[in-house]
Design a protein around this ligand. Structure first.
Ligand code: FMN
Length: 226
């Protein structure tokens, strides 16, 4: 069983899974542990749908891909990525994307393959379990605290999963089609989708899972004031 530091250091986003179902008991333990995440005023603003039903996942994926194919760029509750990318984030984004495509032998200009790789998000990379995290729209009306809390909740899910040998990929790609997801799941009108997390057993043969993008040095990101 990994220590917390080992789980943090050894984790990376996985984009190919065996498709084996996570036992309900394990999924419950992961979500129970994640439910202890701290939140402002103990608001616990996450409203979670844990989907393990193949047909429902397929329906969500189909609805998103159909929406994309109809030329709709996004249908979202929140804008995840910056509207304008500035330094140093722009370079990090480009380097990370380029590294993944290089590993997979995909040309920068090969838009068809790149699109297919993006569609893999909506096939859940072959995994059978996806966690969709919503919050009440009221929580994020002119305030951002719930987003901070739900981000911490995301990492709790990811770390708890590591204890069971379960890997993950957080997804902002579903954030962009949050309203499509909400419609397929028929969630109450007050809820807004923030993100999803794919959970599963990594396909150890898949080259894509060996990708570990560089992280910035401590010096670059942390200012110690002693
Ligand atoms: C909020 C969030 C949204 C993300 N969205 C996607 C996504 O839609 N598709 C994907 O393949 N990876 C997605 N990722 C994974 C990032 O690309 C990945 O975390 C980053 O490149 C660092 O790599 P690592 O997780 O392997 O350390 C997302 C990560 C986060 C935290």
């Amino acid at each position: 069983m990994p220590t917390v530091i080992e789980a943090l250091n050894n984790r990376s986003s996985k984009r190919a899974y065996t498709g084996e179902q996570i036992p309900k008991e394990t999924l419950t333990k992961i979500l129970e542990a994640a439910g202890t995440t701290p939140s402002g005023a103990n608001m616990q603003p996450w409203v979670t749908y844990a989907i393990s039903n193949k047909e429902v996942l397929e329906n969500i994926g189909n609805a998103i891909i159909d929406t994309m194919n109809s030329g709709v760029e996004n249908d979202q509750f929140i804008q995840y990525y910056p509207l304008t990318w500035v330094s140093p984030y722009k370079k990090r984004r480009i380097t990370t994307g380029a590294g993944l495509y290089k590993l997979m032998g995909v040309d920068r200009k090969d838009n068809d393959t790149r699109l297919k790789m993006w569609h893999d998000n909506f096939r859940w990379f072959g995994a059978s379990n996806v966690i969709f995290v919503f919050t009440d729209k009221n929580n994020i009306e002119g305030a951002k605290g719930a987003l901070i809390d739900c981000g911490a909740y995301m990492q709790s899910i990811i770390l708890a999963a590591q204890e069971f040998g379960i890997d993950s990929c957080p997804q902002g790609s579903t954030t962009e089609f949050g309203k499509v997801v909400a419609k397929v799941l028929d969630v109450p009108d007050n809820l807004a989708l923030l993100y999803s997390v794919v959970l599963g057993y990594e396909d150890k043969e898949a080259i894509i899972n060996s990708y570990q993008p560089d992280k910035v040095s401590l010096e670059e990101s942390v200012t110690f004031v002693d």
